[in-house]
Design a protein around this ligand. Structure first.
Ligand code: C5P
Length: 227
């Protein structure tokens, strides 16, 4: 069997990372959550007060980009990798609504994308990888053997995200989550640099009415056909 690259892109909260993680574990592949990398850079900017009322001080962040080191560390409890920001495990902090509210504004900065895309390309050099994000099939690995584009209705995605955050004990309301999902879709799809688009050779999966097991089985079959 040959080792391949699996790119999973799509809208916010479509369950990309859940299915990508499971797929990587089934195939013995590496899994990389690129959203976590953009979130970690956002957290760095927030901690330095370079984001005020959703407005990012681009030039400050760009000047300090060389100080940001992003790595991953295996978390045996979760069975996946946690993201490290300059050696600190920030997996929990990057998942808050506050970070979600700012991340798309940071992710549209060219220099931020350049830096993270470079790291992502290096991580995939040896193939045998499942990477999820927004531009994996279009920019990071245009030659990926399998490209999936995941989507679902905004309401369903917001409901899933809301349930997830509630379970973690976050104090949020549904409207707020729905707004965030729509806001991120809007910025991600309309930014100049590597907008969220479905590549021509990507297979679209609308999972509004699919269970996690059904999606997983579908993508696993597609992957096996390419291996
Ligand atoms: O995947 P997740 O929802 O955690 O990603 C958070 C945000 O990071 C996205 O809304 C998007 O703005 C940005 N992102 C990106 N390119 C990627 C992955 C994430 O622009 N490859």
């Amino acid at each position: 069997m040959k080792s391949i690259v699996i790119a999973i892109d799509g809208h916010s909260s479509t369950g990309k990372s859940t299915v990508a993680k499971k797929l990587a574990s089934e195939l013995g592949y590496k899994y990389v959550d690129t959203g976590a990398m953009y979130r970690a850079v956002t957290l760095f900017a927030m901690r330095n007060n370079w984001i005020v009322d959703g407005e990012v001080d681009d030039s400050k962040l760009i000047d300090h980009l060389p100080e940001i080191k992003i790595n991953f560390e295996y978390n045996p409890k979760a069975g996946s990798n946690d993201v490290l920001l300059n050696g600190e495990n920030v997996e929990k902090e990057i998942r808050t609504m506050e970070v979600s509210g700012n991340v798309s504004s940071v992710a549209k900065i060219d220099e931020v994308r350049e830096k993270l895309v470079q790291i992502q390309k290096e991580l995939g050099e040896e193939k045998g990888i499942v990477m999820d994000g927004r531009d994996i099939g279009s920019v990071v690995f245009p030659e990926a053997e399998l490209k999936i584009f995941m989507t679902a209705s905004a309401n369903i995605r917001a409901q899933r995200r809301y349930n997830e955050l509630k379970e973690k004990g976050e104090d949020i309301n549904f409207e707020e989550v729905l707004k965030n999902v729509q806001h991120r879709d809007d910025i991600d799809s309309n930014r100049k640099n590597s907008p969220l688009i479905q590549s021509e050779d990507a297979i679209k999966i609308d999972n509004s009415n699919l269970s996690q097991e059904e999606q997983f089985a579908k993508i696993l079959n597609l992957a096996k056909e390419k291996m």
